[in-house]
Design a protein. Structure first.
Length: 254
């Protein structure tokens, strides 16, 4: 009898853990991001090398996808889906290196290394429940490669309050069928603090300003309440503008 009870308890715990993992997987998509802060004088050379690397991947049927975002301050962010933290223990470039040979592979990265003093890696998690994407959860929007990404920093102790603020914004946007859509990412391993990053896509800077102005008008007096609650926990904000670069991105052939 004790054995049966123990077995039943073990099964309940396993099912609970599996259910929690499934819920997390359905709510979040983690991304591993590699960032190169390129010297302004080396930007042209860097982009030639980046294009060469994309061609190398295509010619050798590399099996890993990435998206590329370039920002106004010459940062190049390479964004890859991360399905498990165990992937961090692997060398994703090993198969490509084996195909092209260590010497040829090394040449390309030596060319990259001339263009910056350092580089970094960090993880962001797309929170689908706190994002407002009524037309479907997409990170690449056709015809809208311009990006305005705003980081809202807060103390780790205020995470629950930040979530409530984000829920209030999404409810307002959903209830009013707002035309400006956004994706909300949570900071993670390797980031420079605790923040929510809100990413908005547009055709260009003018289109972004149009969307922002329409949102401000639609919010009206409600803006005071929404932003007032945000400001109670806000430490600082940082806005990064840039472009998604399809020509420097790579989609593996299926």
């Amino acid at each position: 009898m004790k054995t049966i009870k123990f077995f039943a308890l073990t099964m309940c715990c396993c099912l609970f853990a599996f259910n929690m993992q499934s819920q997390e997987e359905s709510r979040y998509q983690r991304y591993l991001i590699h960032m190169d802060p390129v010297k302004p004088s080396m930007q042209g050379e860097y982009e030639k090398t980046a294009a060469k690397f994309v061609k190398m991947c295509k010619d050798n049927d590399y099996d890993q996808d990435w998206m590329t975002l370039t920002t106004e301050n010459n940062e190049y962010h390479y964004i890859s889906a991360l399905n498990s933290f165990s992937e961090l223990d692997e060398n994703p470039m090993a198969s490509l290196r084996d195909k092209v040979g260590a010497e040829e592979f090394g040449k390309v990265f030596k060319e990259f290394d001339k263009c910056y003093e350092k580089h970094t890696d960090y993880i962001l998690s797309l929170d689908k429940e706190l994002s407002y994407m009524p037309d479907g959860m997409k990170t690449i929007i056709e015809g809208e490669n311009y990006r305005e990404n705003t980081k809202y920093y807060f103390a780790p102790a205020d995470m629950d309050k930040a979530v409530e603020v984000a829920k209030a914004f999404k409810k307002f946007y959903s209830d009013n069928n707002m035309g400006m859509h956004y994706r909300l990412y949570r900071s993670g391993l390797g980031t420079d603090g605790t923040y929510f990053l809100v990413a908005v896509a547009a055709k260009d800077a003018m289109d972004m300003e149009r969307k922002s102005e329409e949102a401000r008008k639609a919010m009206g007096s409600k803006a005071e309440e929404l932003f007032g609650n945000l400001n109670k926990i806000l430490l600082k904000t940082e806005t990064i503008r840039g472009w998604m670069r399809p020509e420097l991105s790579y989609v593996a052939s299926k």
